[in-house]
Design a protein around this ligand. Structure first.
Ligand code: MG
Length: 344
């Protein structure tokens, strides 16, 4: 198999703020894996605050390319992914790019859609939240207007102004809210009071209120919280999931954290058995990786797959959006196609 890759700058419509960071673009690396003139597409999305560098990603992909040259699609995908995984202890986004491209390639080679190939249920649409980053009040009003077709808003919070922020949002919309704190609160008792108040403000769930290191405090908070609390930064991979120990009601699974679709499916199976709710999320990815994740919607309690809507120059065709829903078509592989040559 031949692996090729090329970095790409995804440009936001508006600068995007999360607790502690604001940026105007995101670096992704697009990946193709080719065999028998069949091409699988993948993406490694690298928001700078996650700490995975472009340099490290390219180096990892180079190593992975050498390995992939020696294998053929007669080898089981899980076997290839295990060999890729041990090339480096980190580089999860690069691993996800390879997983996505391999899943696309293998399904296409078998002339099936990804869900048919994996023998998992397919769901073609679900309501998705629209994410509003931390921003000035005028910009927040503008984004609320842009989100008029979406029925749920995901609000990036985690500053000392969260109460003011929600009061302000409530002057402009009564839509249900997901609140993503991005580890921005520090005190569990104060967080509990805030969550109580937020429940009365029409908030449906809270994501990652406390820093990931504060597991004991998270367990304390989750046991008392009026709203379900979801893990994001606390859970990257399957191994983190099985060490949670009651600290969360559910998990935000993202391909860039968990190394791709095959591990995401394993995590979903664990969540179903252990009655953890499933939130399918994404980094600020293009339609390539977002479309890949949307293949797993049949398993989700909630989805936040709006990322392609945040960009001016999405180079892929994949999910579409209407009436607050993310929709995908059943097609060969992951049903995502580039609209420009992403390898140039
Ligand atoms: Mg989050």
């Amino acid at each position: 198999m031949i692996l090729s890759f090329q970095p790409f700058q995804l440009k936001f419509k508006h600068p995007f703020g999360v607790s502690g960071h604001t940026r105007s673009e995101t670096t992704s690396v697009f990946v193709t894996i080719e065999q028998n003139h069949c091409i699988g597409y993948g993406e490694a999305c690298l928001p700078a605050y996650l700490g995975e560098t472009l340099e490290g990603t390219l180096l990892f992909l180079k190593k992975a390319g050498t390995l992939l040259k020696t294998v053929h699609s007669t080898v089981a995908i899980t076997e290839i992914l295990s060999a890729i995984d041990i090339l480096d202890h980190s580089c999860n986004a690069a691993k996800a790019a390879i997983d996505i491209a391999l899943c696309d390639l293998y399904a296409k080679l078998s002339q099936q859609s990804f869900c048919e190939w994996q023998k998992i249920p397919f769901k073609n649409s679900m309501p998705t939240s629209f994410t509003i980053g931390i921003d000035h009040k005028e910009k927040i009003i503008q984004k609320i207007k842009e989100a008029e077709h979406f029925s749920i808003l995901k609000i990036k919070a985690g500053t000392k102004d969260d109460v003011d922020l929600i009061k302000f949002i409530r002057q402009h919309t009564q839509k249900p809210l997901y609140i993503d704190v991005n580890q921005g609160w520090t005190n569990a008792e104060e967080a509990l009071k805030l969550i109580d108040w937020m429940k009365d403000q029409g908030v449906l769930l809270i994501e990652q209120p406390l820093p990931k290191e504060k597991k004991k405090e998270m367990q304390w908070l989750s046991a008392r919280s009026a709203l379900p609390i979801f893990a994001d930064e606390s859970v990257k991979r399957y191994q983190d999931l099985i060490e949670l120990d009651g600290a969360f009601a559910g998990i935000n699974i993202k391909l860039m954290k968990c190394t791709g679709l095959m591990e995401a499916i394993k995590m979903i199976q664990y969540c179903k058995i252990n009655r953890l709710q499933i939130f399918l999320g994404c980094m600020a990815e293009s339609s390539c990786a977002t479309g890949a994740m949307a293949q797993l919607m049949a398993f989700a309690d909630y989805v936040d797959l709006d990322a392609p809507q945040l960009y001016l120059n999405d180079p892929f065709k994949g999910p579409s959006y209407a009436n607050g829903e993310v929709m995908i078509q059943k097609g060969l592989g992951l049903a995502v196609e580039p609209i420009i040559n992403v390898m140039e």
